[in-house]
Design a protein around this ligand. Sequence first.
Ligand SMILES: Cc1ncc(COP(=O)(O)O)c(C=O)c1O
Length: 439
Amino acid sequence: MTDQPVPDPSDAVPMELLSDTATIGADGQLIIGGCDTLELAAEFGTPLFVYDEAHLRARCAEAVAAFGPGVNYATKAFLCTAMASLAVDEGMNLDVSTGGEYAVARAAGVPADRLVLHGNNKSTEELALAMSEGVGRIVVDSFDELDRIIALVERGVAADTPELYVRITPGVEAHTHEFVRTGQDDTKFGFGVASGEAERVIEMIGEHADLELVGLHLHIGSQVFEERFFELAIEVVAPFFHRFDLPELSIGGGLGVPYVAGEQAPSITEWGAAIARACEAGGIRAWVTAEPGRAIVASAATTLYTVGTIKNLPGIREYVSVDGGMSDNPRPVLYGSGYEAFLARCVGADRERTVTVVGKHCETGDVIVNDARVPADLAIGDVLATPVTGAYGLSMGSNYNRVPRPAVVFVADGNARLVVRRETFDDLLATDTGVNPAS
Ligand SMILES: Cc1ncc(COP(=O)(O)O)c(C=O)c1O
């Protein structure tokens, strides 16, 4: 089977939104990683997350080239053991925010010293485990947490001298197309600059011989399209580097990605270069690292659904119901996020019909794509695809309405590897000890 040249009718889904190896097969169907997505849907069922492994590896490698080995992948965007080991294989370290993310990374065989532990409410147990295993960095987020770390060090729990970042709230919050420079820092994360707390915690850590402050961390928001917001935050933290001569700066994550036709975002390479320039301009000589999540995984994945019901309300709208919904992609409900939709059997087809793609949950707001453009002949049984679903879909998903979570496959070189199997009804009952207590 030979691939056709990619047609470019203006109403077809834009190919640039699809993952790197996506092509159109001889029959017009979507091919990813050399695998026919209709065959994937038949073999693994739907909903199905299809991750393009070459795309994932290329973005990890790009981040390593932009920031250096040890740049962190923010696992909150998407985590399973296959993803953790792929990122580490490509030279990234991992940012974990909870004991659960830490446990998955460790189960993948990632050494503790390649993990950065985040979280605004780390428990003593989470800290103790990570410190006893020699976690790479702990990002200190509150005075209470610092007290807990000091107590654990005094109890001799830490394998090595804990290496700490302090999370700074620079008073710069970036949103997709705008930023807010807050006079005071109203956030549950980190230590404010304006309030003087940042300075105070840095001095407190400096007083402890058994703690090592290696740098500052900041994170200005998510889905940020403009480099100047990062530049502004770097300006705010520069004086700390002049005063305390700290060796490292992590500028967090937040780089945006295009989700729908017409959106554009800087590449990881462009982002890294802008940050390097801003640090240079600010006289920061520290090693500068980052924690991209979305920019690594979002456009690597496409979700495949099966159309189950079509309801036309004349003069109002047409609802196309698929077999997933807000449980595998809560972003539209949470943030009003937009997506594209198309049919896996005819990727290059014009999309002349406007429908609302909804899930199977008992919520009116359970919308996957509002006013989706789809081919005119969309019918029950079709495999409907939504691209750019690799970040904060499965990871923020749920079992709402006791819907089992979908399976995840990594595809590359014509092979599909099941990395997360579909949940079963038995999985849903695995923690339920009510009627049949576990023996
Ligand atoms: C501290 C921190 N680092 C990194 C990230 C990853 O952000 P993104 O996926 O937008 O790159 C987040 C996301 O919320 C975060 O809170």
